[in-house]
Design a protein around this ligand. Structure first.
Ligand SMILES: O=C(O)CC1=CCC(=O)O1
Length: 267
């Protein structure tokens, strides 16, 4: 059973969905830009039983508050930190995809007591360049989020999957995202380079990349995992930027195997 509620953290209220036993080993999920916590809906049923699964909408996304931007990565990391403190979570495995993976790295650097291991999915220590993001922000201010749908679906999904209902639904999630939330998070990504802090991380880490990912291609994900000693890397050859959507069972299996390997869940 899943319970969903908006949690007031004082500085912001975030929408959170929890499933699994309250006493289970915690796994926290942070989604990608222009999506929401439902990104994980088809993954959750395929994960091992007994885990406490916590999904949340990033600030400016889904049902969470969308304060005026621009946001900083520090603010997004603080949101996650306060949320885990509020929920009494320590030693979690944090699964972050894309911007969620940046938040995962920032939180592990800041609060290693909260994080036991990371799954860095379709992400990097630095995603794009400031000029690329500034250009995207200017285009959205000019033409609206609608203008982002077609180019984003090309980066997100392999050509065949782009024709699916799921791809259309996730295209809709871009325009459903509050404008200030999307732009605020885009500004946070533009200002983030975690290569130096992430190279100091010493924890179990699984990297996942998609062969058709046009946003964070496999070599970029591999490069980031390369700065974290001992990390593992898995390539999902037929997936794009959002394997929780285009291959949820395979994606859940990779995460489940990793959780077993590190002893976060019984084998
Ligand atoms: O919109 C994209 O290109 C994909 C993306 C980059 C960061 C993120 O969270 O999504």
């Amino acid at each position: 059973m899943t319970s969903a509620m908006k949690i007031d953290l004082g500085h912001i209220a975030l929408n959170v969905a929890e499933s699994g036993p309250a006493g289970g080993a915690p796994v926290v999920f942070a989604h990608a830009l222009g999506t929401n916590l439902h990104l994980w809906d088809d993954v959750v049923p395929h994960l091992p039983e007994g885990l406490r699964l916590i999904r949340y909408d990033l600030r400016g996304h889904g049902q969470s508050d969308a304060p005026d931007g621009p946001y900083s990565m520090g603010a997004l990391v603080k949101d996650a930190e306060r949320l885990l403190d509020h929920l009494g979570v320590k030693d979690a495995v944090f699964v972050g995809i894309s911007i969620g993976g940046l938040i995962a790295q920032g939180l592990a650097v800041k609060r290693l007591d909260q994080i036991r291991a990371l799954v860095l999915s379709n992400t990097a220590a630095k995603i794009g360049t400031r000029s690329v993001w500034d250009k995207r922000i200017a285009e959205i201010r000019d033409k609206g989020l609608e203008a982002m749908v077609a180019p984003t679906l090309e980066r997100w999904f392999a050509p065949k999957f782009r024709q699916s209902d799921a791809a259309r639904r996730w295209g809709q999630s871009i325009t459903d995202t509050p404008l200030e939330g999307y732009l605020g998070c885009a500004a946070a990504i533009a200002g983030t380079d975690f290569y130096t802090p992430s190279s100091g991380l010493r924890l179990s880490c699984l990297g996942i990349a998609g062969g058709y990912d046009g946003s964070t291609p496999p070599d970029l994900v591999r490069e980031t995992l390369g700065v974290i000693p001992g990390s593992k890397f898995e390539l999902m050859r037929r997936s794009g930027h959002l394997p929780p959507v285009d291959a949820p069972e395979d994606y859940a299996r990779l995460i489940g195997d990793f959780l077993k390997e590190i002893g976060h869940v019984a084998t």
